[in-house]
Design a protein around this ligand. Structure first.
Ligand code: ADP
Ligand code: ZN
Ligand code: ZN
Length: 804
């Protein structure tokens, strides 16, 4: 007897376990762990993943698996393990963890089709019978027969049958039909088969014999060139005079692009020094986490490329993670140019079908390298030799939805599994990683100079309070405007950066820079429009909105924020001759727009690139000699303990865009807080001093890396329910957890009401709490029935990066 332990597709507490099912005789030999199945569940039919096969069960009345959905496993044994770890660590349902590892195309209830890749006569009789005259057949028409299934499985593995998910994807055509004169038949035979009464068909056959006697031709081409109708050609197919074949095409988002092949650059001494231990770890199959801290322009990417080179030489595979936002064409090009078709690219700008195709290249071992955003960390490679995370400090590596995982943790888990190194790179590592590197948990590698020793750009801080005092109410300081004019005259290029995050949320005095802060937390207060109150999102402190600055009595105190569009208008008014490209969510929403704008800028068709976050990273244009930051403070005042760190990182990144070639670079940072340490140290390109000072702040505030955080958010349509539940949770936690652990709240969430639900949160700050995930899971389970019937939501984030 054979049984399968299955995780079913019902994300709920009661079903978050393995269920036993019997593998029917007909499927034995065809099933294996990691495949998806359909099983009866109560009165319903559900999808599920086979986690394991066993020979016995303790369940009395086992039901049969109804249907097998895959021919080859979609999850490797490693990913099955990883999913179970992920569900424990991040407190999510197992099914949620597994679903997040496969492409969206496979999650949907897509139609599946088998396509023959060779002529039917070359296949075993069983398969010939199944297909008959067809070249394709829907999967759900295939009888669930063990022998047939294992035959099909073998053919799929050998690439002679293709299994396709029919994704509704208007983006690209995915296959086309060809016809070919049936081989090994004489002209007379063929004409005989057509029959001499079918004039049109004979004509078509003769045309084919003359023009394409031996090769397949696209059906469309025959129609166009020969002028034959599809019906005529179809008749020839049916009579066996010609054979029809469907040619499968990957939806290749890069198919119209030429990649100039690049060869490894000869490394600088510094680069060679940091590359060496990484290559060694690859060669000796040793798991170790490296943190490469290299200033902007120090040639980190070349180090990545040559480390990957070694991985490929060793016959292994590599994953490169980059933040979605810096998954720019420029970045992708560097990998494609070096490794060509050995690279699969996974990012959200691809259509569902394109993503699925890229994923399949990995699954079929047709590529060696996967470059992608966060979820590419699940790329189903089985011989991993290296995982790289570029810009490792980026918040986008943390998923804000279930499963709430951090790509770094997943990467390190996989690195351990495969005994391979993990390379984290950044000009401004997160304090968590840097602290680990200093403690020797990670190995620190450093590149302190730019390639060719190009100097770091000169940074000038402009105090916007002074500008206002001198009567300048524009978003541009006089100095920045002067420098803009200068660059226009010289024909050099500029990037202008405006942060749109934190728009209108905090209150600042434009005369003195005063920002309303919580007296207990040193976190800026958030303005709530509804009741005109200022609130702290950490401890719940509340005060009313002020009309006058408490510090200088000025009346110019208001919430802060300006949009890119407004800035563009002002820019064209002040500098009418400047050619400006604006890049923000509005101008880049259309597919390919991002790339088009950058190409335009790169080829010198614009003077100024104005944009949000998306222009801060990864751009490498030699002609940029000035970078401007219009308002450095917007991030600084977000209600988030990482605000200074994010500010420092962002300013450093923006500065890194200027002076990357022979031309000297300059940076202008406009701010209302020129004394703030994150801004002062960014000006000096001084990561070490910044991190030292920020570490002190973290220690005092009880934040990472000194403490771990967990955030519990409770929401419900009924406010009193939210309050009672979150109070119950908080007091339960206070009872259960050690005294060293701090439980803050409950307090109203920064977004106090979302989609008609009130939201409250509790924050846990802890250092050593081995049973925390267990305790939190118990809490979630305890409220399970209320959650199910009463629309109560409890979300638990074990490593929060957003506090809204
Ligand atoms: P980072 O990723 O650290 O910001 P990059 O990898 O973008 O730096 O390198 C900056 C520039 O220096 C790029 O234009 C790159 O092609 C060039 N570069 C990197 N390494 C070398 C090298 N060894 N020799 C010559 N040029 C290099
Ligand atoms: Zn003031
Ligand atoms: Zn507070």
């Amino acid at each position: 007897m054979m049984f399968a332990q299955i995780v079913v597709d019902v994300p709920a507490g009661q079903t978050d376990r393995l269920f036993d099912y019997k593998v029917p005789e007909s499927l034995q030999g065809a099933v294996s762990p990691g495949m998806r199945v359909v099983v009866p569940f109560g009165p319903r039919k559900l999808q599920g993943f086979i986690i394991r096969l066993t020979e016995n069960t303790t369940v009395k009345k086992v039901r049969n698996i109804d249907e097998l959905l895959d021919v080859t496993p979609v999850l490797t044994p490693e990913l099955l393990d990883l999913g179970s770890w992920l569900s424990e660590e991040t407190i999510c349902y197992q099914i949620t963890a597994y679903q997040s590892m496969i492409p969206a195309a496979m999650r949907a209830k897509a139609k599946k089709v088998l396509y023959l890749q060779e002529e039917i006569v070359h296949f075993p009789v069983f398969i010939q019978t199944l297909f008959g005259k067809r070249s394709s057949i829907e999967w759900n028409k295939v009888p669930m027969d063990k022998d047939l299934l294992s035959l099909i499985r073998k053919e799929v593995r050998d690439g002679r049958i293709l299994l396709e998910y029919e994704v509704k994807d208007q983006a690209r055509k995915q296959s086309y039909k060809t016809i070919q004169v049936t081989p090994k038949k004489s002209r007379e035979e063929l004409e005989g088969m057509a029959g001499n009464r079918a004039k049109k068909q004979l004509e078509a056959l003769r045309w084919l014999l003359e023009h394409y006697p031996e090769t397949p031709v696209p059906l469309k081409q025959v129609e166009a060139e020969g002028g034959f109708t599809r019906a005529v050609l179809q008749a020839l197919v049916e009579k066996g005079c010609v054979v029809e074949k469907t040619i499968e095409q990957y939806r290749d988002p890069f198919k119209d692009k030429e990649f100039q092949k690049t060869v490894p650059l000869s490394l600088t001494n510094d680069q060679a020094e940091v590359l060496h231990p990484v290559r060694e770890a690859v060669g000796t199959q040793t798991h170790e986490t490296f943190l490469l801290r290299g200033v902007t322009g120090s040639g980190k990417t070349e180090v990545y490329l040559q480390a990957i080179q070694k991985v490929i030489e060793e016959g292994k595979e590599a994953i490169v993670l980059v933040p979605e936002i810096s998954l720019t064409p420029q970045m992708v090009n560097r990998f494609k140019s070096r490794f060509g078709s050995q690279v699969a690219v996974l990012h959200s700008a691809l259509s569902i079908g394109e993503k699925y195709d890229e994923w399949r290249k990995i699954q079929r071992k047709e590529v060696k390298v996967a470059v992608g955003a966060r979820s590419a960390v699940f790329a189903p490679f089985e011989k991993l030799g290296l995982i790289i995370i570029d810009e490792e400090h980026e918040g986008s590596y943390k998923q804000e939805d279930h499963p709430r995982y951090h790509a770094k943790d997943v990467a390190i888990w996989r690195g351990r599994y495969h005994k391979c190194p993990v390379l984290l790179g950044s000009a401004t590592p997160s304090l968590e990683s840097f602290a680990r590197a200093q403690k020797g948990v990670y190995r620190l590698l450093e590149l302190n100079n730019r390639v060719n020793n190009f100097p770091m750009p000169e940074v000038e801080l402009v105090d916007m309070r002074e500008e206002l005092k001198n009567g300048n109410r524009s978003v541009f300081s006089n100095i920045l405007l002067e420098k803009l004019e200068d660059r226009l005259q010289k024909g050099e290029q500029v990037v202008l950066f405006l942060n749109r995050r934190g728009y209108s949320t905090f209150v600042m005095c434009r005369s003195c820079g005063f920002v309303t802060e919580c007296p207990h937390c040193e976190i800026s207060l958030t303005y709530h429009h509804v009741n005109k109150q200022l609130k702290c999102h950490y401890c719940g402190h509340e005060e009313s909105m002020v009309n006058k600055c408490p510090s200088c009595d000025s009346e110019h105190i208001r919430f802060f924020g300006t949009g890119t569009q407004k800035v563009e208008e002002e820019l064209t008014r002040l500098l009418p001759t400047a050619r400006v490209i604006r890049m923000d969510v509005d101008t880049t929403s259309r597919k390919g727009a991002h790339e088009k704008l950058l190409t335009k800028f790169g080829s010198g068709q614009a003077d100024i690139l104005l944009g949000t976050q998306m222009i801060a990273k990864g751009l490498d244009f030699p002609n940029i000699t000035l970078a401007g930051v219009l308002a450095a403070d917007t991030l600084l005042n977000l209600p988030d303990f990482r605000a200074p760190e994010r500010t420092f990182q962002l300013l450093t990144q923006v500065s890194g865009r200027a002076g990357r070639d022979k031309l000297k670079g300059e940076v202008v940072i406009q701010t209302y807080n020129p004394e703030h340490y994150s801004i002062v140290h960014a000006k000096e390109h001084d990561f070490l001093s910044f991190s030292r000072q920020e570490m002190t702040q973290r220690k005092v505030g009880g934040y990472p890396p000194y403490f771990f955080l967990a955030l519990i958010t409770v929401s419900h349509e009924d406010l009193s329910q939210v309050i009672t539940t979150s109070e119950k949770i908080a007091s339960h936690l206070r009872e259960r957890l050690s005294i060293q652990t701090k439980v803050l709240g409950p307090t109203v969430s920064p977004i106090a009401r979302l989609k008609d639900r009130y939201r409250y949160q509790c924050m846990i700050k802890y250092r050593n709490e081995p049973d925390l995930t267990k305790t939190l899971r118990e809490i979630a389970d305890h409220f399970q029935s209320e959650m199910a019937k009463d629309k109560l939501f409890i979300s638990i984030d074990m490593n929060p990066h957003m506090f809204m």
